[in-house]
Design a binder for this molecule. Sequence first.
Ligand code: TRP
Ligand code: SF4
Length: 376
Amino acid sequence: MWLTGDLGVTTRLDPWGHHAIEDYEKLIVEFGITSIDKLLAQYTVDHSYFTRRVIFGHRDLDSWLNAFSRGDKTAVLTGFMPSGYPHLGTAMVYEELKYFQKKGAFIKVAIADAEAYAVRRESRSDVIQRGFDFVVHAIAWGVDPERAEFYYQTEMPSSYYRLIQMFSRKITQAEMEAIYGDLAPAKVISALTQAADILHLQLDEFGGYKYVVVPVGVDQDPHIRLARDIADRFKSELGFERPASLYHRLIRGLDGNKMSKSRPEYAIHLNEPKELLEKKVMNALTGGRATAEEQRRLGGEPWKCTIFELYTYHLVKDDKQLEEIRQECITGRILCGACKKRALVLLMELLREHQDNLRDITERRVVEKVLKKPSF
Ligand code: TRP
Ligand code: SF4
């Protein structure tokens, strides 16, 4: 979310907010995020999220890629806050994890149960169960549990918690305020905990991975900036290096605002029943015109359309086919009703496959093999 301070000069991203981001270029300029464009000219990163600029920015991804291709120790770390239920925005991170796994990278995933408890004020039993669901869905989406580690924040050993305490010494109130605005203790602790998630892999005890990249929605950039600052300050004491990051655009909800676990009526959940899917898609905000006549004459505006976003982020893997859909839209050859129906068919197919996979994954097996639940 954009917050403009009293003086009209400070802009902030709120990692806990519920607003859609309007202007990604502005983020690049204001926060010094590096645009992905230059990197794409130099490296082959062959996922459509890159080529379509769904992943639009990064910090130091080039160093990470260099280390990776040199065969240095590299890792990918991300996390999920288990409030609400996994949705198509969550699945974007699953996609990225799958991509890195296919390349052969080591993957580690935090279940931010401490954060969900403290900031979203969910009950412990809910965050434990929801956290588990995020893992089960990741596996159903195609993340290979044999080549990934998942953990609950609250199950980590003392060496991870020691980091949080050490970090607190070198961060000032003014810095926290500049980054987050809000200094509620729950948020301060959650931010430092996330820094421990991002940085702990660099300790020998956790493998000594000096090159870590964090793929996330860009609303998480404040946490990345904090973790990078902390890394600098612990360079001599702990030998930390700055983590790299990778930012995707946030998928919007079907009303055009941020797709958020806290506004379930506008999100598409990965366990969504068919009937609800149809209702949600048919009611979605599009880039269509006021009348059919006008749309045939002027064409639609796919850049405003939540349905076109679904095509881009999840439903159409082939770039040529996506371009055809865009052409049909802007030339007015298709109207939104028909276009939505086509999207609905693809979406049902995608989720049916996912839900079939889900049924094959037994909770007992996941608990035994992948992740134990905290006891309270
Ligand atoms: N704060 C993240 C969210 O809201 C979850 C998270 C916790 C995370 N630890 C992380 C993300 C470390 C990336 C890296 O979803
Ligand atoms: Fe969106 Fe399709 Fe309508 Fe174009 S025709 S605005 S892509 S729903």
